[in-house]
Write a new protein. Structure first.
Length: 268
């Protein structure tokens, strides 16, 4: 199984932090933002042995990183492997939205794959890898076209992201990007498992009023024509879109380190 990580945007809301570097290279807790995303997909996608754990023959065997703005800097920084995980690169010539970025990786993808936005940082316990495992397991159980990692947020927060409506069984009925009046408080987290059916959906949709091709619209189309499931986020994760977001995530990670250190001392 492969992983696709869109990392093509400049990140204009990061201000001067992205004037000379792409957003995925902005340091968060002393590591590039992209490294946090790779950490979430590098381990096993289901329980097994390490360092390349497998279950039912599946492990994340390769990450396809979609680059754009100052993409050469990302290639130089990460090269062709990340802690043993092979990396390949796809190019998004123009930043035209997340669905467009994903479509740029189509030729490099074979079969179901994990999709994780490069600006996601997960807490340590249970962590990003544990949530990815649950997504993969859910797709196996249901043979769904897509499985979304979702979380419940405030209505104010829901106005800023893709809002998901589901039936009683957790099957997705619709996804609406940044609605003024959210139909629910359940939102996408930027972490998914897709089958290649998502690529056809990305090609079929029209650009939004912003001119961008929204992944939420492609997922909504997939939900109408196929089967899209959800899994609730366990633990916490943060989107790093602004300097304030970075400070909040760094503070939470630092708090986890302090708690672990205290726990280790008590256990001695």
């Amino acid at each position: 199984m492969q992983a696709v990580i869109p990392a093509a945007g400049r990140g204009t809301r990061m201000g001067p932090l992205t004037e000379r570097r792409p957003k995925p290279l902005v340091p968060v807790a002393s590591r590039p933002l992209l490294a946090h995303a790779l950490d979430a997909v590098r381990p096993v996608v289901d329980r097994g042995a390490s360092p390349t754990p497998r279950a039912n023959g599946e492990a994340v065997s390769e990450a396809v990183v979609v680059v754009g703005y100052r993409g050469e800097r990302i290639r130089e920084r990460f090269g062709d492997t990340f802690e043993g995980l092979p990396l390949t690169y796809a190019e998004q010539p123009e930043q035209r939205g997340l669905a467009d970025a994903l479509a740029c990786a189509e030729s490099a993808v074979d079969g179901p794959f994990v999709h994780l936005n490069a600006d996601n940082v997960f807490g340590a316990d249970p962590g990003g890898a544990a949530n990815v495992r649950r997504l993969v397991a859910r797709r196996r159980e249901t043979d769904a076209d897509a499985v979304l990692l979702v979380e419940r947020v405030s209505r104010a927060a829901a106005r800023r992201v893709g809002v998901v409506t589901t039936d009683d069984a957790g099957r997705v009925r619709d996804v609406v990007e940044k609605p003024d009046s959210p139909p629910s408080r359940l939102v996408q987290t930027g972490c998914f498992v897709f089958t290649p059916a998502i690529f056809e959906a990305c090609r079929a949709i029209e650009p939004a009023d912003t001119g961008e091709v929204e992944l939420s619209d492609a997922i909504a189309r997939l939900a109408r024509e196929g089967r899209v499931e959800t899994v609730r986020l366990q633990g916490w994760r943060g989107n790093v879109n602004t300097p304030r977001d970075r400070a909040v995530v760094e503070a939470r990670l630092a708090g986890e380190r302090v708690r672990r250190a205290s726990s280790d001392r008590l256990d001695r």
